[in-house]
Design a protein around this ligand. Structure first.
Ligand code: MN
Length: 754
């Protein structure tokens, strides 16, 4: 029989029928059993743990585990595992109460009052993790989920307690309904076992893997377990012989060592068989020895001794002493060909390396517990763990300590869920809109609102780890330029910019085409040449003249005011005439003087407010539907719309009439327009509120309001910018205002800057 494991460690996960670990038996589950493991704590610490136990016991009173045992046996078992890792009193208290908030309706406030904020924070952290559910149907997101778990746990103790919790739940999985085995085991295998591994909790890592394997593939587990038992019986003599030989060799060399037998876990045997298509008998490194030596140099001396005794298998030597694994693991590994040609793996390491290998991050509390030996930490060697220990020694603060780990492992990321359970990694500080664009640019472009964890939130809200984010879209919605002021990711930024660029281009092209068509009518030609093949020669000639590469580019230039439509139209008309088109003199006269002649509507540019950036409504006169309007095409700008009366517009017309276009309102404008309204009121309490109410009653929105600056007078001028549908609506608003008490005068504001 393979022996020599220390009593408290290395249960053989493969021997599933053996008595369960002490913490699991009903007897040890009593609090007395836990107390026995607390000899590393002070009397007052133990007292605190006892209080937490009483509290939890009362909270879970009457609840039973699936096994029929009192529920409190579970938190006690979890605390016992934490005690094995020598976690501090706060962690043990939290372990005892870890299910109290979720299952018993205990509030965080209650915990703060009774046990203090640090313990309450730990319990709260655990409760939050409890609510996360890993969706195994989504491919390739286990890594993200692990990172999210670690990022959410503000304190490494939360993760350790969570691992203890999961370990106990896996040990007692047999009591759960079979239908749950698959999901929980997969989650354990993909999420929790790797976290244990990453933290260097080797022992827990192996146990979680084997338990998952056992409940995930029960039949294969049983077959393999039987095979291993048989093989173990056959190999016992051999293994014993090797052990004795090695022991003697080290004694002869005068080096005191501890030799531990090691057996590959069933899960890793299965993985090897599965991955390399081997039969059980072909897996050769099932057995191995760990040799714990006094000093680092002895690892190499010991290796030399072993290589003299047995022939090494080429390519199997690994030096994790000089180059430790990322989780702090250090050892020398070699595989030797033992008696009768059996491969046997050897690991050589020092006592302190062994502690790290078995307990990982928890080792750091082990060292803290026995302070005089903390110098041993200097031997740990690995940069990662070493630096963590340094930080710990400097700060003496577990939370800060964990923050450093997180920054090392998972720099600037938050992890959030889609409503379907897919995990998205976003940079820290990312907002809802970044998330929307990360899903799909279509989702981003049409986003109108969002829910985070079921609650309505603003699109600019920052994301937190674990958030479930749902974007509400509307196919008619368009991006807002405001988004550019808060999005954090380059992707969202460039998508929004691109949208405005192309949207602007398209409306400019469209506008330019209409403007050219209108200008062409003024030249007596009713229809533009077709843009299809038939009239291609005409257009090509025109393009050579203007120097544009395409008609779209030319239209765009016209639409954006880079070219004057009438000039281009003249050239086009000339070209068309050359090609045999005949201008209509009547059309010339009507079209040319159409600006003020409402009867001639053809060829006039119709505006409905949906033009986007290519058309702007002047802020001096603020035109609204119903107003007589003119369009001024500034140089390199969009088309600016003024009212007929606007003095500013009139001045431009006098100076630059070539650049004016006739425009008119569409029958059905698509949006409200802003108009200036001047309201003179008698000063008094609540006047502004009354006026605002009157505006609202008339169904107009206040976009802006300016108050007069002379409160000494008996009246005040309020200058409102109101959103109204058209002139009729504005008249209605003014009537309502005039009827309002305290309002002396209400009128449309005169164009400013005139
Ligand atoms: Mn639990």
């Amino acid at each position: 029989m393979l022996t020599a494991s220390p009593k408290s460690k290395l249960p053989k996960p493969s021997t599933s029928d053996a008595p369960l670990p002490a913490a699991d038996s009903a007897a040890a589950a009593s609090f007395a059993g836990l107390l026995e493991r607390l000899d590393y704590l002070s009397g007052s610490d133990i007292d605190q743990v006892r209080q937490a136990y009483r509290f939890a016991d009362e909270a879970h009173l009457g609840q039973l585990r699936k096994s029929g045992l009192p529920y409190i046996t579970h938190p006690i078992a979890v605390a016992a595992q934490c005690a094995e890792w020598k976690l501090d009193a706060h962690a043990l208290q939290a372990a005892l109460m870890h299910d109290a908030m979720e299952d018993c309706g205990v509030t965080k406030q209650e915990l703060i009052e009774r046990f203090g904020a640090p313990v309450a924070e730990l319990v709260d952290g655990l409760t939050k993790l409890e609510k996360l559910e890993f969706d195994t149907r989504e491919q390739n997101q286990a890594e993200s989920f692990r990172k999210m778990l670690l990022a959410m746990a503000k304190d490494v103790r939360v993760i350790l307690i969570k691992l203890a919790d999961r370990t106990h739940n896996m040990r007692t999985m047999g009591d759960m309904p079979r239908s749950k085995w698959g999901r929980i085991s997969r989650e354990t295998l993909e999420i929790y076992a790797p976290i244990a591994h990453r933290l260097g909790l080797n022992f827990t890592y192996r146990e979680l893997q084997d338990l998952s394997f056992r409940f995930l593939l029960p039949w294969r587990y049983q077959v393999l377990n039987k095979a291993l038992e048989k093989s173990r019986k056959r190999r016992t003599d051999l293994i014993d012989r090797v052990k004795v030989e090695v022991q003697q060799a080290f004694e002869a060399h005068g080096m005191p060592v501890r030799i531990l037998g090691r057996e590959k876990t069933l899960h890793s045997i299965y993985q090897k068989m599965d991955g390399k298509h081997l039969s059980f008998s072909q897996v050769t490194d099932i057995y191995g020895f760990r040799i714990v030596v006094p000093e680092v140099k002895d690892c190499y001396t010991g290796m030399g001794l072993l290589h003299q005794m047995y022939k090494p298998v080429p390519g199997k030597f690994r030096d994790y002493v000089a180059i430790p694994k990322a989780n702090g693991y250090q050892s020398l590994h070699t595989t030797l060909i033992g008696p009768v040609g059996t491969n046997i793996e050897f690991q050589l390491r020092t006592e302190s390396m062994d502690v790290v290998a078995e307990s990982g991050v928890a080792a750091h509390w082990l060292y803290k517990a026995k302070a005089p030996e903390s110098a041993a930490a200097q031997n740990l060697g690995t940069q990662w763990l070493q630096s963590l220990l340094d930080i710990q020694q400097e700060t003496h603060d577990a939370a800060e300590f964990w923050d450093h780990i997180k920054i090392d492992l998972f720099p600037d990321a938050v992890y959030v869920f889609t409503p379907k359970g897919k995990i998205m990694a976003m940079p820290r500080g990312a907002t809802v809109m970044d998330f929307a664009y990360a899903i799909h640019s279509g989702v981003g472009h049409h986003a109108v609102s969002c829910r985070i964890n079921g609650e309505q939130r603003a699109l600019r809200s920052e994301l937190s780890n674990g958030d479930v984010v749902e974007i509400v879209t509307d196919p008619n919605a368009e991006p807002s330029p405001v988004w550019l002021s808060f999005v954090k990711t380059g992707r969202a930024r460039s998508k929004i910019r691109h949208h405005f660029k192309t949207a602007g281009e398209n409306t400019s092209i469209d506008l330019g085409r209409r403007m050219l068509s209108q200008a062409l009518r003024s030249e007596g030609l009713a229809t533009m040449p077709s843009e299809a093949e038939t009239d291609k020669a005409l257009w090509d000639k025109l393009l050579r003249f203007t120097g544009n590469r395409s008609t779209d580019e030319l239209f765009g230039d016209i639409g954006m005011g880079k070219r004057i439509a009438s000039m281009v139209a003249k050239k086009l008309a000339a070209t068309m005439t050359e090609a045999g088109h005949r201008p209509d003199p009547l059309l010339i006269s009507t079209a040319r003087f159409s600006v003020d002649e409402e009867s001639v509507m053809q060829g006039v540019l119709t505006l409905d407010g949906s033009e986007g950036h290519s058309v702007q409504y002047a802020t001096c006169c603020k035109p609204i539907p119903g107003d007589g309007i003119v369009g001024y095409l500034g140089r390199g700008e969009s088309l600016m719309v003024h009212t007929h009366e606007c003095p500013h517009g009139k001045r431009l017309l006098a100076r630059d009439s070539e650049r004016f276009l006739s425009v008119e309102w569409s029958e059905e404008p698509t949006r409200a327009f802003e108009s200036g309204v001047l309201v003179t009121v008698a000063n008094g309490k609540g006047v502004l509120a009354r006026v605002s109410a009157a505006v609202a009653a008339a169904e107009a929105d206040i976009a802006h309001v300016d108050m007069g600056r002379e409160p000494a007078q008996s009246t005040t001028d309020l200058v409102f910018t109101l959103s109204v549908r058209d002139r009729v609506h504005l008249a209605e608003v003014l009537r309502t205002l005039k009827r309002t008490p305290s309002v002396i005068k209400a009128q449309r504001a005169k164009p400013s800057r005139a």
